[in-house]
Design a protein around this ligand. Sequence first.
Ligand code: SAM
Length: 441
Amino acid sequence: MGKLKLSDRQLYALIEAIKLGEEVKPSQGAKRRAFARYKIDGWENSKLTGIFYSIQRRLGLIDEVIEELVGVSPLILDPWLRATLRVAIEVAVFRDPSERTRQHLKGLAQFLSRKTHPYVGYYYYDLLPRVLEYVPVIDTEEKRLKWDYLFPEWFIGKVRELVGDEAEDLLRALNETLPTSIRVNLLKSSVGEVEDYLMKKDVRFERSTRVETIIRILDPFNPEWLLNKGYAIAQEEAAAVASLVLSPKPGETVVDLAAAPGGKTSHMAELMNNEGKIYAFDVDKARIKRMNEVLRRTGVEIAETIRADGRRAPAMLGEEIADRVMLDAPCTSDGTIAKNPELRWRLREKNIPRVVKLQRKLIESAWRLLRPGGRMLYSTCSMFREENEGVVEWFLKGHPDARLVPLEGPYDGGFLPGTMRAWPHRHKTIGFFYALIEKGQ
Ligand code: SAM
């Protein structure tokens, strides 16, 4: 492989994407926005996208290098300096830059001065020679694992517990970049129309074999137009399967207890042919705003969005009022690491029990909303047993009138018979868990 060549403009685009990625989640959206600003397209886009994701995957390691060099946590540095150092370390330590590119890295001092204060630029300029000469010392097994797999050690241990011999395959899958996945919105368009559009744009794509409205875009292409028109919505196959498993019917009353940004609400409205009622709860104001926008674009007419804690839903709506309840529970989201590569460095094992506590409260709330004979889906995009089978087993113990409706596919059985799991390494999608529960008549 030749030496890595990056122009000033390409370096600026990367730095802005990394900086914006701290605020905009998933970071894919930040990358799209920053790259559009610098008119990064075509082959340039695929090259820089690769570098962007590799920075996200390595973020914990890169930050350790920064800490070693500057003596303080990168988190307390100026955000522009932090982003510039992250890019410079990726390029200089983890890759093999051309002489010209090394010069461009020096030139970033001026970029930083413009963006922040000349002092920051000087500081960077002073530090850069040490970045360019940095050689990592990998002297412990713990360090080796971290550098090979780019995951915190506790996480690697947990993955081993989950899938044993498949651990390496799973870690590798989490390190792969998933293609952009969209779900065609049948309320406004059809699979044929969306495929025609992509063909006209000369973009390679494939249709999912498990969900007929899911299309994966295989080339670097921004489907913004389809999303803005509401003809499609960004969604992973495993997320689309959740609404199909719950399978709400036209005319039913549905509660979506953790609904924003509305991926599943809009899918359920489509399955209900825009007939019936969906109460869509979420606590997060900004996410509710996004959900309102998504529902408007996708032409959903039957959803009422409610900014409130899902634990209060039975008190607000009444008990046993819903034919179906979707509980796509807040979770650690570790199943989505391929989509949010930097997430692995933010996960904390000690946070799991707190998330589980909320999940238990919400599943109880979902149950109270459900009418006898009704069904609820408990799903998460976490792979940890505590958040999945653990919550469901705990719940079933307390409710003899609850019955697991066995799920037969399209993915594999979970660790509790009747539940289902999508696995990144087996199914080429995000990690996901499903348990369909019915209330006795
Ligand atoms: N179902 C959504 C979709 O398909 O687009 C994704 C939901 S996301 C996995 C979980 C959501 O739960 C987040 O939007 C978060 O704001 C929300 N949340 C967290 N705590 C909550 C609570 N106590 N009540 C209701 N929503 C909550």
